[in-house]
Design a protein around this ligand. Structure first.
Ligand code: SAH
Length: 388
């Protein structure tokens, strides 16, 4: 092995891992790990020579055994509404996207967990990209590092980055260990110091992993529901065939029950004529009220309606504004706490379901999608690239 491969990327380690690395590999005191974390995550310093409260000998040792390798910014783009998108290079071939969304009094970073996605949700642009691999802990927390540095974020003082949502590319619960470790750095005072409820993991419904998460973590949970009955949901979110709605809702109950976690958010992307009809609103309200009743808590279930964001080649359309409002009203009238997530960053293709990065696809999905699109538009393969 050459040096470059043998060096430990310190971004891959949470507090516990770093303490172990300092004790076992470097033969140093554990508290040195805490100093390093502050340099990396609070001050955004990656060069050991700039870490002035570490002795020269220790800096030399670190130089020999470790590195702080952050994702490479390939491209970044501010949106007119304050949203900021980064395309981050991961390994010379693949790239993923992270998006910062400022809103009154808070700043939310939307973080990716995989290069592409192995699920095949019909209305999501990431799905058309196919799948390459899981992101490492360093690549996940590296997105937070890049955004925090850009924003001049200082935890506990000048906090511009107040929330993280694992709602970028990928299914976070299919990259469980790396996601949990990265979320632990997000919540650590020596990391980004975010409260549990300000870190949200969103899942398409990996039931067994929701239970595993319940044992390890107290982060907020969001579930991508998108349909109130199994027939429709299996069509939109194929994972539903494996874990149908009743099982999913039961797992949500177990998650919320383990201790009084905050409520669970159910995401529901509204698509014209597909899932936005009055009957769907009524079925959804019933499902949400059942959850509240089971939890014996008002607003245990919250609904987040997301007007569909189009992307080239999709067969779906955004619901009409009047239908979105009627859908929300129907839920509110049934005493279900319901918000509409107003689209942000769509002028830079940074809105929900529009992230696609650069995925060296290892499934056949990208090629199939391109073929379909070419057939639809009567154009050659270049259509997808040109449109993107
Ligand atoms: N795989 C996880 C994390 C991705 S979150 C999950 O499914 O929850 C991305 C969110 O945006 C999900 O709720 C997803 O369903 C939603 N989404 C996907 N495509 C969309 C689109 N075209 N328009 C609006 N929302 C979309």
């Amino acid at each position: 092995m050459n040096d470059a491969i043998a060096k430990q990327n310190l971004l891959d380690l949470d507090r516990e891992g770093l303490e172990r690395f300092f004790a076992d590999t470097l033969g140093e005191k554990r508290f040195r790990a805490h100093q390093i974390m502050k340099w990396i995550h609070h001050r955004h310093v990656t060069d050991f020579n700039e870490m002035t409260d570490l002795g020269k000998a220790l800096r030399a040792k670190l130089e020999a055994h470790a590195e702080v390798r952050v994702p490479q910014i390939q491209f970044e783009k501010p949106s007119t509404d304050g949203t900021h998108k980064w395309l981050l290079g991961m390994d010379g071939k693949n790239a993923i996207e992270a998006v910062f969304i400022p809103d009154k009094g808070r700043g939310t970073l939307c973080v990716s967990s995989q290069v592409g996605c192995a699920l095949n949700c019909q209305f999501c642009s990431t799905a058309t990209q196919g799948f390459n691999r899981n992101l490492s802990t360093a690549e996940i927390i590296g997105q937070v590092w890049v955004a925090a540095k850009h924003l001049g974020n200082v935890p506990h003082r000048q906090r511009k980055l107040t929330n993280v949502v694992m709602m970028g590319m990928g299914e976070p619960l299919m990259n469980f260990d790396n996601v949990v470790r990265a979320m632990s750095i997000m919540r650590d005072d020596l990391g980004y110091g975010l409260a549990n409820k300000r870190v949200t993991l969103s899942t398409a419904g990996m039931v067994p992993m929701i239970d595993k998460l319940a044992e390890l973590s107290d982060v907020s949970l969001a579930v991508s529901l998108h349909a109130p009955n199994d027939e429709l949901r299996s069509e939109l979110v194929p994972l539903n065939k494996k874990y149908p709605i009743a099982e999913l809702m039961a797992a949500c109950e177990r998650y919320a029950r383990r201790k009084p976690r905050e409520s669970i958010t159910f995401e529901y992307t509204l698509m014209k004529g597909v899932n936005d009809q009055p009957v769907h609103a009524r079925q959804l309200a019933r499902l949400m009220r059942q959850f509240d009743n089971a939890m014996q808590m008002k607003d245990a279930a919250k609904v987040n309606l997301i007007p569909f964001n189009p992307f080239p080649g999709t067969r779906f359309e955004r619901s009409a504004e009047a239908d979105i409002r009627a859908f929300q009203k129907s839920l509110l009238d049934a005493h279900v706490l319901t918000m509409v997530r107003r689209t942000r960053g769509d002028d830079i293709d940074a809105a929900c379901g529009q992230l696609k990065g650069q995925v060296v696809d290892r499934t056949r999905r990208q090629a199939e999608f391109r073929k379909q699109l070419a057939a639809q538009t009567g154009q050659g393969d270049g259509a997808v690239d040109a449109a993107a």
